[in-house]
Design a protein around this ligand. Structure first.
Ligand SMILES: C[S@@+](CC[C@H](N)C(=O)[O-])C[C@H]1O[C@@H](n2cnc3c(N)ncnc32)[C@H](O)[C@@H]1O
Length: 253
């Protein structure tokens, strides 16, 4: 481990309610020298930053927005990830501790992973600590009173931007399917649910945990209406599974 460098922290800040920050995240964010957050354009704030901004002391700590544009063009994105990782390494090299914050959990579809992978590959001597956060999936399930899985049920988590055929195939194979990033493709996903008779089995949640967030079982009411990026759909095919052992299960034990 390179002890001249500061430690790099990947910190999950939870789904939006500051009360859902972990104690560790709370402590670290008040202690690190630099807090970095992902922003969609230069100068923009971020959802994750708004969750933690009250914890930061600007007289002691500096804050950096790092731009991560919304794009699927990997050839354009990779140099940007390297550039952001470079800006973080510069601070670490100066001996500063740096926290990169992400909404929800940092190990689930997060921007943190892009910079972490570059730093882990190119600067393996840097100490990294990852602080888990409450994922939007856990928060949505709790707010909607809908279990993610029970007993022997199987879960799939996929981006809703998959092709309709792939979404259909996933819904056929799994008991619960969580569709992330559903905001921009909601009507197309709702069509699949209607075809499969599953629209009544879905829970839609947006900015769950934040003041303007919502959670609803009335998913049809959202057809044709704008939904933000921080929106998730969870389909639970059997919310009340039987816990009866399968025939022959006792003999197998
Ligand atoms: C880049 S992923 C980040 C996931 C995040 N790391 C987590 O653990 O929830 C972004 C997607 O997460 C979901 N998401 C994140 N925060 C959310 C929230 N507060 N309410 C509902 N969905 C959210 C949405 O599906 C969104 O498109």
């Amino acid at each position: 481990m390179n002890t001249d460098y500061g430690t790099f922290y990947g910190v999950g800040v939870g789904p939006g309610d500051p009360e859902l920050l972990t104690l560790r995240a709370h402590r670290l964010l008040g202690a690190v020298d630099v807090i970095c957050y992902p922003a969609c354009k230069p100068g923009a704030s971020s959802y994750a930053f708004r969750v933690v901004k009250e914890l930061i002391d600007p007289t002691r700590q500096s804050v950096k927005g790092l731009v991560f544009p919304m794009s699927r063009d990997l050839s354009a994105l990779k140099p940007i990830w390297r550039q952001s990782a470079g800006a973080i390494v510069e601070e670490l090299r100066a001996g500063k501790s740096v926290a990169f914050i992400t909404e929800g959990d940092p190990m689930l579809y997060s921007t943190f992973l892009h910079v972490y992978q570059v730093i882990a590959e190119e600067q393996p001597g840097i100490a990294v600590e990852i602080v888990p956060g409450v994922s939007s999936i856990s928060a949505g399930a709790a707010a909607g009173r809908m279990a993610i899985a029970q007993g022997e049920q199987r879960i799939a988590i996929i981006p809703a931007t998959y092709h309709a055929e792939q979404i259909r195939a996933t819904l056929e194979r799994f008991d619960t399917v969580v569709l992330m990033k559903v905001g921009s493709v909601f009507d197309r996903v709702l069509d699949v649910l209607e075809e499969m008779g599953l629209a009544d089995k879905a829970l839609l949640f947006s900015r769950v945990g934040a003041r303007k967030g919502f959670v609803t079982r009335e998913v049809r009411a959202w057809r044709g209406r704008p939904l933000g990026y921080l929106t998730t759909l969870m389909v639970v095919k059997d919310p009340n599974p039987s816990f009866e052992p399968e025939a022959g299960a006792e003999e197998r034990e």
